[in-house]
Design a protein around this ligand. Structure first.
Ligand SMILES: *[C@@H]1O[C@H](CO)[C@@H](O)[C@H](O)[C@H]1NC(C)=O
Ligand SMILES: *[C@@H]1O[C@H](CO)[C@@H](O)[C@H](O)[C@H]1NC(C)=O
Ligand SMILES: *[C@@H]1O[C@H](CO)[C@@H](O)[C@H](O)[C@H]1NC(C)=O
Ligand SMILES: *[C@@H]1O[C@H](CO)[C@@H](O)[C@H](O)[C@H]1NC(C)=O
Length: 499
């Protein structure tokens, strides 16, 4: 086709788009939000309980289930353009049924939601003004407009491809992921259980109990999984046994073992002398040099985990941690941080075109109390969990929270060295055990983040820290830094603190 013809087609399409955008009524959605400053209030003009959508054709609704009773949390227009193929509100339940969500594309469709729980079919209608329901009947377009509509959809989807930023919440699969299929592992020898002496319990986790023990004359950490969590053991073992997995930023793996009757499964690791980063920060404050070392070693570990390496004919695929928290980072005697707890990680390698992931849904996470480290898009559930870049962007968000935790205990960043007690991210705002509903509202809907002390803006390196943190926990996953960029930013900070 020649250029002129293309121009003509484009012009005609443009005219159609103009007519379309002027004549197609804007989507109207039932509106209710439970918090002020909710992000959804900006999605369109609100008149009583109806919102006229500014940017999208999609209505959303969120219900949180409290004591088995669904309670409306948000009814509104969607904030960004996403696909919403359903005309009616088909419920999608998440977090073991604690959250119900739907997206639909007809006027006021978010008012009625139906879902099945086990055998029951439930129907819920939200109404606080009666007149609007009548108006909810689908607007029938004359034939001409239907044709225009389809042409415009075509133009719109073209635009979306050209400007992926507009489609914030859909993450395309990374095309650069190595197509190589490499499923070999280094296969460490099994440790005889009789060679391990368990001494004392260090930590009781959800899936495993961590013991201090003795193995071949050294003090080690032994993670003991009961048989019911064998799949978590297997997933974690698989990560440790990947080729080239030895790194200063990853806890040193010594081997695995099992009880002869298979009642428990063991992972033997080098003991990190100072325990978890969380317990370290609770007990100690840091200075600038030490906190920078923590941040650097932590970021180096994550950078290594995310890396896709080929060396000596072996391949270490990228791994997304997916469960980063200050409890899953350990501090060694040389003041470096190491990563551990890979039971929920995803190995991003491709065998016959399929991602191998030990856990493909986030449901498992909810039981572990790490909801607070989950990125807004993972909380909300709109990411494609099969996409490697999405999972790594989720890790970067968590890394940002960890850097914040470390610097919030750095005496050089507080006047007179008076450092506030250690707090987990969102602990001061949402308490020690935040509910999913509150996190979703605070982090996703209101786009809040841990607060950065105002006086940091006046400190010599304060604004650089502030920028680094906000670029890690950006609402837009595509705008977040990569681990490589985090390392470069950290390297550009002065190693010594001089006020
Ligand atoms: C809001 O809706 C009512 C009736 O539903 C209408 O009379 C009124 O003009 C609307 N207000 C605005 C600002 O659109
Ligand atoms: C919602 O459900 C109610 C009761 O089931 C029904 O009367 C009403 O027409 C429905 N409204 C829409 C917009 O589907
Ligand atoms: C910072 O803290 C570390 C570890 O506690 C200590 O060894 C070092 O001397 C401190 N540096 C300064 C400048 O105070
Ligand atoms: C998610 O990505 C995978 C991998 O490319 C793809 O096969 C799948 O269809 C995607 N799912 C959704 C819901 O987009």
């Amino acid at each position: 086709m020649n250029l002129q013809l293309w121009r003509l087609i484009l012009t005609v399409e443009c005219i159609f788009v103009c007519i379309y955008s002027q004549t197609l009524p804007k989507r109207r959605c039932a509106f209710k939000v439970t918090a002020q400053n909710n992000k959804y209030t900006t999605a369109g003009k609100v008149n009583e309980s109806v919102q006229v959508c500014e940017n999208t054709q999609c209505c959303v609704s969120y219900y949180v289930v409290i004591n088995g009773q669904p309670k409306v949390d948000v009814l509104a227009c969607d904030i960004v353009e996403k696909s919403c193929p359903d005309a009616t509100c088909k419920a999608e339940t998440r977090f073991n049924g604690r959250l119900i969500k739907c997206v639909c594309n007809t006027d006021l469709c978010n008012r009625n939601i139906s879902w099945t729980t086990g055998s029951e079919q439930l129907q819920l209608t939200y109404s606080n003004s009666k007149d609007e329901v009548l108006e909810a009947t689908v607007i029938i377009l004359p034939g001409l407009f239907l044709i225009l509509f389809f042409m415009c959809v075509a133009v719109k989807s073209k635009r979306l491809i050209l400007e992926p930023k507009h489609n914030l919440l859909s993450c395309p699969v990374d095309d650069n992921v190595q197509p190589l299929c490499s499923c070999q592992t280094t296969g460490t020898a099994e440790i005889e259980i009789d060679d391990i002496k368990l001494q004392q319990i260090l930590h009781r986790g959800h899936f495993a109990t961590v013991w201090q023990g003795e193995y071949q004359g050294s003090i080690v950490a032994v993670k003991v999984f009961p048989a019911e969590w064998k799949h978590i053991f297997t997933a974690e073992k698989e990560v440790y046994e990947l080729p080239l997995m030895k790194h200063a930023g990853i806890v040193n793996f010594l081997g695995t073992g099992k009880e002869p009757d298979c009642s428990s499964w063991l992972i033997v690791l080098q003991l990190a002398e100072y325990g978890s980063l969380h317990s370290y920060l609770c007990k100690h404050t840091t200075n600038w040099t030490l906190s920078l070392k923590f941040c650097q070693s932590l970021s180096e570990g994550l950078s290594f985990l995310h890396s896709d390496l080929h060396k000596y004919d072996v391949h270490k695929p990228s791994v997304a941690h997916r469960h980063l928290s200050s409890s899953n980072v350990l501090v060694r005697a040389d003041d470096s941080c190491v990563l551990c707890d890979f039971g929920c990680s995803t190995i991003l390698r491709s065998c016959s075109g399929q991602w191998l992931s030990p856990m493909t849904s986030v449901e498992g996470h909810t039981q572990m109390g790490t909801l607070r480290y989950m990125s807004p898009e993972i909380l909300e559930g709109s990411v494609n969990l099969s996409s490697s870049s999405c999972l790594m962007q989720g890790d970067i968000y968590s890394l940002g929270l960890l850097l914040w935790e470390i610097w919030m205990r750095c005496s050089d960043l507080f006047e007179g060295g008076i450092v506030p007690p250690h707090l987990l991210p969102y602990e001061s705002e949402l308490g020690a055990d935040p509910m999913l509903k509150d996190l979703l509202q605070f982090v996703f809907q209101m786009q809040k983040r841990p607060s950065i002390p105002e006086h940091w803006a006046l400190l010599p390196q304060g604004s650089a820290l502030q920028e680094l943190l906000t670029d890690c926990w950006d609402w837009d996953p595509d705008a977040r830094l990569t681990t490589q960029c985090v390392l470069e930013r950290l390297a550009s900070l002065q190693p010594c603190y001089s006020p």
